[in-house]
Design a protein around this ligand. Structure first.
Ligand code: PMP
Length: 415
């Protein structure tokens, strides 16, 4: 008699059984909430709240000049190019945006991609067999995935730990081709990369440096050109990646660097070749946003000033807004302010209490941060008012006292 076959595990059941739902099954869910956001506020379940979870740092996504440019491109070129950049998805507008972004970043050439995530995946052709890639442990998921997709040997270094990176570079095969990849402004804790040390190490060890400027391009430095301008090191970065979904208020990605490397990626990067191009409306919006980024520096000053006031207000209340890298000196002021909580459940409770006070925040739990390092992430926008800032601090005061995270009780407010 034949052995009875082992019943196959159902692949859906198998994966669902290990899926962590803790934060989605208890009370109002922090994730996938439908909402309409504009001008630093959002309508959530019919209630108008202050929005602090959105990365529209310069408040450009709803700017009438940006939406008019998007509408014009939409009417002129249609809703989609329905094809890849390589074949039929390159409009004159894409080329105009590439030339403008290359000039903005001080690079000879640039290519735009459909999202920022894809811009990072597009570095994969540089990660060949026998190559070495050194990556900060706090890098964005899209850089992590680019490394997974590539064939290079990966070396992770502790977040912004330059001694760790140096040790790993010094013990690596001196003859191997090397790439260092880092976020410019780390997305969860709001700290800047240590660009001066990174570029010095890269030069000393013959490595190239890729910086993902998703959060800093448009924002950091007097002209908004990103971390290289901020640190006064215009030649520090060998290849930029970035997004148009944050400071540019649109959607899309960019890679900028030497002409030959950008040309190489145009023909080898699968996230460029095998996907439909950035839609016309998004290109039109990004071009209009770039005009504003170049002509209205006061937007950068405004959002950084708000962030500084929020950070000191939260510290005065007793919250921990420090990151793993020291947030001291001028480099600390970025529009991302983390409130460290630690425990994921407590973080979800604080998130809900703050929402009840009329402020929508971003509860950040693993895998976006390491287990045990849950935090509430606040990002500010140039369109936030002083009244919004007061409401955010009031919400943290009331919620923190109710949960006994800070001194005082809701019934006996502190002076
Ligand atoms: N890089 C970083 C550092 C990011 O934070 C993000 C998005 N949050 C991306 C890349 C991906 O950008 P996009 O949303 O445009 O795909």
């Amino acid at each position: 008699m034949a052995d009875s076959p082992v019943p196959a595990a159902d692949i859906f059941d198998k994966h669902l059984s290990s899926f962590a739902r803790a934060l989605t099954d208890t009370g109002p869910r922090p994730f996938y909430r439908p909402m309409a956001a504009s001008g630093g506020e959002a309508l959530v379940d019919g209630v108008r709240v202050v929005m602090t979870a959105c990365n529209d740092y310069l408040g450009l996504s709803g700017d009438p000049r940006v939406t008019a440019a998007a509408a014009k491109a939409l009417v002129e070129y249609g809703a989609s190019c329905s094809g890849s950049r390589l074949v039929c998805g390159t409009l004159p507008l894409h080329e105009e945006l590439e030339a403008r972004l290359a000039a903005f970043l001080g690079c000879p050439a640039a290519i735009v991609t459909t999202t920022g995530f894809q811009a990072n995946l597009a570095i994969t052709p540089l990660l060949g067999k026998g190559d070495l890639v050194f990556s900060d442990m706090a890098n964005h998921a899209s850089l992590v995935d680019a490394i997974r997709l590539g064939s290079a040997d990966k070396r992770l270094y502790r977040h912004s730990d330059m001694a760790d990176l140096e040790r790993q570079l010094a013990t690596a095969d001196p003859g191997a081709a090397k790439l260092i990849v880092t976020d410019g402004l780390f997305s969860m804790e709001g700290d800047l990369c240590r660009l001066p040390e990174l570029t010095a190490l890269a030069r000393r060890h013959g490595a190239r440096l890729v910086v993902d400027g998703a959060h800093d391009i448009g924002l950091m430095g007097a002209g908004g050109h990103g971390v290289a301008e901020y640190f006064g090191l215009p030649d520090a970065v060998d290849l930029y990646t970035g997004t148009l979904s944050k400071c540019f208020g649109s959607i899309g990605g960019v890679l900028a660097g030497p002409t030959d490397i950008i040309g190489y990626l145009r023909y080898t990067a699968r996230p460029v070749i095998f996907t439909a191009s950035m839609p016309p409306a998004a290109v039109g919006a990004a071009l209009a946003a770039l005009d504003i980024i170049e002509s209205e520096p006061e937007r950068r000053t405004r959002v950084l000033n708000l962030a500084e006031r929020l950070d000191s207000g939260l510290r005065a209340l007793g919250y921990d807004t420090g990151g793993p890298a020291p947030r001291t000196g001028p480099a600390t002021v970025t529009p991302i302010v983390p409130v460290h909580v630690g425990d994921a459940e407590l973080c979800a409770r604080l998130w809900k209490e703050i929402l009840d006070e009329g402020v929508f925040t971003h509860a950040v739990v693993a895998p976006a941060v390491p287990v045990g390092r849950a935090l509430i992430r606040l990002s500010l926008q140039a369109t936030h008012t002083d009244g919004h800032l007061d409401r955010i601090l009031d919400a943290f005061t009331a919620a923190g006292r109710r949960l006994r995270l800070i001194a005082g009780t809701a019934a006996t407010p502190q002076p």
